[in-house]
Design a protein around this ligand. Structure first.
Ligand code: ATP
Length: 334
């Protein structure tokens, strides 16, 4: 059996880390047919747009995509390819596991958190306009439908993965209507899952509690913006962005990508840590029900980390992206 998967190399460190991940995935023996498609700045030159229709069609057809980071210009320029992809393909759930990895220096130990972020609305609806010169308005959209479905995703995940508690993160003391609606939906769904504990925390307090002791949380359920910020914060518990994998899941497809961006500061230098995309690849193997291969990839990453002789600069080592890929691939096959 061979899986046809859309492969989006992306911008900056994207092509390097994705090549590394493809190398490791091929070592598992699971057969992939990669449909390489452009997106991001890399696509603009040839196709005139950051998200060409052929890329979208490829993901729609294959229902599984493996994506490198794409660059989003700050203020002005094109809209985020990630936001477009998630909306157009209705990949409504962003799943980001945050787990302490062996051998990685961190002030935190035993972190084992699941961050579930709503992916399609909130302040990412892209509705911004100038009211009068000097005054702009950005519209936050929260709907009952999207809030209920992300809550269902989180509780279903808790039930199927043996998680004990879901904590909704909000600012409903200030945004009483929008975050209030989000909480109402979460509470209604929580009642259908009596075996999973449910509680709530205000987002600023959540950040403080996380920094003090991330082990007091099990699963965090957040709207889009809070989820974006809090998941980067959580990546800091496990050695930084180079270690944090992620998945975007919808009813008709799934896209796997690391939490980190295109890191233009280190692009093209063979310095990027490929572990986050490799671990995202393991999540993709799980999604394809290739659980044994997924476990082998994770185990190989853990072994390389534990040995500590092949680490990229962000983890205090001197090894390059390609060297790490070879070391992990050797453990997968060995
Ligand atoms: P975006 O806005 O696209 O999410 P970002 O602002 O979160 O991007 P990143 O591109 O993720 O920024 O980079 C943030 C910092 O983390 C940079 O200093 C970058 O070099 C570092 N970094 C990100 N990914 C990696 C990686 N895979 N390996 C090593 N360092 C990384």
């Amino acid at each position: 059996m061979s899986y046809t998967v859309t492969l989006i190399p992306g911008d900056g460190i994207g092509p390097e880390v994705m090549a590394a991940a493809v190398r490791v995935l091929s070592a598992t023996g699971v057969a992939f047919e990669w449909e390489t498609e452009p997106a991001g700045i890399a696509a603009i030159g040839e196709h005139g747009v950051p998200l060409p229709p052929r890329t979208l069609e490829s993901v729609r057809r294959n229902k599984v995509a493996f994506k490198g980071p794409t660059e989003t210009p700050v203020a002005g320029g094109h809209r985020s390819v990630n936001v477009e992809l998630r909306k157009k393909l209705d990949l409504y759930a962003n799943l980001r596991p945050v787990e302490t990895l062996p051998g990685v220096k961190s002030r935190y130990t035993d972190v084992d958190l699941i961050v579930v972020r709503e992916n399609t609305e909130d302040l990412y609806s892209g509705l911004e306009h100038v009211v009068v010169p000097g005054v702009v308005e950005s519209i936050k959209i929260i709907t009952e439908r999207a809030s209920t479905r992300i809550a269902l995703f989180a509780f279903e995940y808790a039930r199927t993965h043996g998680r004990k508690r879901v904590t909704s993160v909000h600012k409903a003391n200030i945004m009483k209507l929008s975050d209030g609606l989000f909480l109402d939906c979460c509470r209604t769904v929580a009642k259908q899952y009596p075996e999973v504990k449910y509680d709530e925390i205000i987002v600023d307090n959540c950040c403080m509690q996380l920094v003090l002791d991330p082990t007091r949380f099990d699963m965090l359920l957040l709207e889009n913006l809070y989820g974006d910020i809090v998941s980067d914060l959580c990546a800091g518990f496990i050695g930084g962005l180079g270690m944090a994998p992620g998945a975007n899941i919808g009813e008709h497809g799934a896209l796997f990508e690391a939490v980190h961006g295109s890191a233009p500061d280190i692009a093209g230098k063979n310095l990027a840590n490929p572990m986050a995309v490799i671990l995202s690849g393991a999540m993709m193997l799980d999604h394809l029900k290739e659980h044994a291969a997924a476990d082998r990839v994770r185990h190989a990453v853990h072994t390389v980390l534990r040995e500590g002789t092949k680490l990229t600069r962000d983890l205090g080592g001197t090894a390059g992206t390609t060297e790490i890929a070879e070391a992990i691939a050797a453990k997968v096959t060995g």
